[in-house]
Design a protein around this ligand. Structure first.
Ligand code: NIG
Ligand code: FE
Length: 431
């Protein structure tokens, strides 16, 4: 199967997520894919009848491939021990201040080779793929020295060749103050600005930068300087903001014209309004909220009232959110934060694309956008937020190529001359 081929997906229902107020549902639909892009969407009776290869989707639902717009997927080791400590009553801050938390992952990540990081991340990425994800954002931030940060970003990039997935990388230079700079955090910020940012920009290892604005991490003034330097180098901005306490994060992200402000448990009305007028997306991370057993939920009603685009993501990381399912993130967005299933799907598609600055290419099923799709065994799109731990995914398409659930071998299976597994592709026929 070649991606320049014209392909018609037929006998399906489509939630296009184009147009804002509803699912953009097209029943008894067909979808024409050309050169890896969506060329046409309409009802089956209006579809071209000849000259194209067709795949009958057996009445299944098609959505845009899901987008996990906030992850720390690449890391060494894991923090199950810290999980046990927290269950016995230790807080995230206490563990961090005692040198554990992010720092223990930094030590394990520095000690890993690029290959080891890739090998460790593949099963998590496959799990995300099996939950319908076709694009993932991956942050660095567990290296905290130039070589280790670059190693993380290269590992993240390399994952695209291991699992069929679009990977968007973000440089999280200001995640934590590394131990060697413990007494002089400003020197660390200076080094990140002078030595790391130019290399990241020059080698195009990331399209955006991120920072952790929190009393246990970096100050407003430090983040502001870092953002200014990143902006000057053409890098976009994202921010871990207002997660554990109110810290003006939404305002800072808005002043910096960031793509997104993420977490936002302590966001207030003025912050939500600032984000709306600056066009900053809100990325809600219920996995971290659940894992840390937080009690203050992000103010979804204020975000709604202000008209902020809300995205949902896994925040997959070893400390606060060891979660590898976008469907679970959507479910928790509904059950813990009060999103509607429609808002959750929007948050996993078009709004997640906005949070990455790629909404002109992905996130909805519209002519001209990439044919990145998820095909589901569900009776309607609300069911995607309903299951807890089950993935009704039937198959995925990336750039118009059927890539199945998670395995690259699936592409080989579909190459011409090879037998197609009929149990996984509903029906395929040449007309
Ligand atoms: O998004 N907030 C900071 N970063 C991660 C947690 C990282 C960790 O604990 O390893 C987060 O929650
Ligand atoms: Fe995070």
């Amino acid at each position: 199967m070649h991606d320049e081929e014209t392909l018609l997906l037929t006998n399906c229902h489509v939630a296009s997520m184009a147009g804002g107020s509803g699912y953009g549902a097209v029943h008894d639909a067909a979808l024409l894919i050309d050169n890896g892009k969506i060329r046409w969407l309409g009802t089956r009776s209006d579809a071209p009848r000849t000259g194209v290869r067709r795949i009958d989707l057996g009445g299944r639902w098609v959505t845009p491939g899901l987008i996990d717009c906030h992850t720390h997927l690449v890391f060494g080791g894991n923090r199950a021990g810290e999980f046990e400590q927290r269950l016995k009553g230790a807080s995230y801050e206490q563990i961090a201040r005692a040198g554990g938390g992010i720092m223990s992952t930094v030590a394990a990540t520095r000690a890993s080779t690029e290959e080891e990081l890739i090998k460790g991340a593949i099963p998590r990425l496959r799990s995300l793929a099996a939950s319908g994800v076709t694009t993932i954002e991956i942050k660095s931030g567990y290296g905290l020295d130039l070589q280790s940060e670059l190693k993380m970003l290269r590992a993240a990039r390399e994952l695209e060749s291991k699992v069929p997935m679009n990977v968007v990388t973000t440089f999280l230079g200001l995640h934590a103050v590394p131990p060697e700079f413990a007494s002089r955090p400003d020197d660390y910020v200076e080094i990140v600005i002078k030595a790391a940012l130019p290399v990241v920009a020059e080698e195009r290892l990331a399209s955006a930068v991120d920072a952790y604005l929190e009393t246990i991490a970096f100050s407003e003034e430090q983040v502001e300087r870092y953002f200014a330097a990143a902006t000057a180098l053409g890098l976009k901005r994202k921010l871990h903001a207002d997660q554990l306490a109110s810290g003006n994060g939404a305002h800072l992200a808005s002043r910096a014209k960031a793509l997104s402000a993420d977490h936002l448990e302590y966001l207030d009305e003025a912050g939500a309004k600032a984000m709306a007028s600056a066009g900053v997306a809100a990325v809600l991370l219920p996995g971290a909220f659940l894992t840390l057993r937080e009690t203050k939920v992000p103010p979804v009603d204020l975000l709604r009232a202000a008209g902020v685009d809300m995205a949902v993501a896994t925040d997959c990381n070893p400390g606060t959110s060891p979660m590898t399912s976008m469907l679970l993130a959507m479910n928790l967005g509904c059950t813990l934060f009060g999103l509607t299933p429609f808002e959750a799907l929007k948050g996993a598609t078009i709004n997640a694309a906005k949070a990455l600055g790629h909404d002109d290419e992905i996130g909805s099923i519209e002519p001209g956008k990439a044919a990145d799709l998820a095909v589901w065994d569900v009776a309607g799109p609300a069911e995607l937020s309903y299951w807890l731990g089950h993935s009704p995914l039937h198959t995925r398409f990336k750039g118009g190529v059927e890539v199945g659930l998670s395995h690259r071998e699936r592409i080989a299976e579909l190459e011409p001359g090879r037998r197609v597994d009929q149990s996984r592709v509903a029906h395929e026929a040449r007309v």
